[in-house]
Design a protein around this ligand. Structure first.
Ligand code: XMP
Length: 330
């Protein structure tokens, strides 16, 4: 049994639990045949693809899997805690948690150029992961959450598919790659994740960029503004879930820009940031339309965010489709 290198044209779309279970059984056999009694390393972000790869590998090789979860300090509220709870708590995974918040925020301090920010976050992530990988001298395999569209896009020259995630050669050359979901489309990965028992909010997660809240805190990131965007995002997600919009609206988030305006709270003048809400739908990400939220929900969000989030005195709703705007602000 070997892992198919390409998606066969005849492959049936995995749409049911039954088909997912058949795929899981095949993959478990293939993974055991490939890995034997050796160890495998995985960068576990908590996103859909890496979470499904982790859950598959735990089923196949248990404690031979070593997961590394790097918290760059730019994750959403509750995310690192959920990764620890699900994988260490419920699945008994061998999980190394690295809180690298200070390291990332120190490197990003005073940096306002969007591309430089993205570059620093990407480089630092690889450095932190490589440091952890170098400590693990007895690991032979590196697992990745590559999916079929990644391979197609890379073949079409649209997006570079980073084998071994851009790791330095001394690390990348040491490992054989394990890519157990590489012939699946995203919707199939979600069905497989559900069949593996991952929580719905992990499997149905909206897209979240690698640089995380860093691109939703435009300009130079400060800890207080980052906390404001994290808290406001948590309120938005809570209200979307309560109002049955989770899994229906494609992506929704908050942005806290780097300017202040005058306001009034409890009879006193304030000078604080605005919070921008963005909620959009798309099928191909090239073009997006704006979700028109019910007026009562907007009123409620304005009230909650301005009273519960420190440093915010104004809430704005971004009504701009793509094009002309992109989804993210940086
Ligand atoms: P834009 O802003 O380009 O975003 O219209 C389109 C979609 O891509 C997501 N996005 C990213 N995803 N790493 C990712 O994995 C990134 O660096 C990144 N930047 C943007 C964005 O959230 C939206 O869904």
């Amino acid at each position: 049994m070997s892992v198919a290198d390409r998606r066969p044209d005849s492959m049936q779309r995995i749409t049911s639990l039954e088909l997912a279970n058949a795929f899981i059984s095949e993959q478990i056999e293939a993974l055991r045949a490939q890995i034997g009694s050796k160890k495998v390393l995985l960068a576990l972000s908590g996103g859909v693809d890496s979470s499904v790869v982790a859950a598959l590998l735990i089923k196949a090789v248990g404690q031979q899997l070593v997961c590394v979860h790097v918290n760059h300090g730019l994750l959403r509220k509750g995310e690192p805690e959920q990764v620890i709870e699900v994988f260490r708590g419920q699945m008994n995974a061998n999980l190394i948690y690295v809180d690298a918040t200070d390291r990332f925020l120190d490197k990003l301090a005073g940096v306002s150029d969007p591309e430089t920010k993205r570059h620093i976050i990407g480089e630092e992530f690889i450095d932190v992961f490589a440091e952890e990988a170098r400590k693990l001298t007895d690991v032979d395999f590196l697992a990745q959450g590559t999916i079929w569209p990644d391979i197609l896009e890379s073949e079409a020259g649209i997006k570079a598919h980073h084998n071994a995630g851009g790791l330095p050669a001394d690390i990348a050359d040491r490992f054989e790659l394990v890519e157990p979901v590489k012939i699946l489309f995203k919707d199939e990965v979600r069905v497989v994740g559900r069949a593996l028992g991952l929580p719905d909010n992990m499997v149905d997660r909206q897209p979240f960029p690698g640089p995380g809240l860093g691109v939703r805190c435009p300009g130079a990131i400060t800890r207080d503004r980052l906390e404001a965007v994290r808290e406001a995002d948590a309120i938005l997600r809570e209200e979307f879930a309560k109002n049955g919009l989770e899994g229906k609206v494609w992506q929704y988030f908050t942005v806290v820009p780097d300017f202040k305006s005058t306001g009034i709270k409890n009879g006193k003048r304030t000078f604080e940031w605005p919070c921008i809400i963005r909620a959009i739908n798309t099928t191909d990400v090239m073009e997006v339309t704006v979700e028109h939220l019910p007026a009562e929900l907007i009123d409620h969000l304005v009230k909650r965010i301005t009273t519960e989030v420190e440093g915010i005195n104004r809430v704005l709703y971004d009504y701009t489709p793509k094009p002309p705007a992109t989804v993210e602000y940086e």
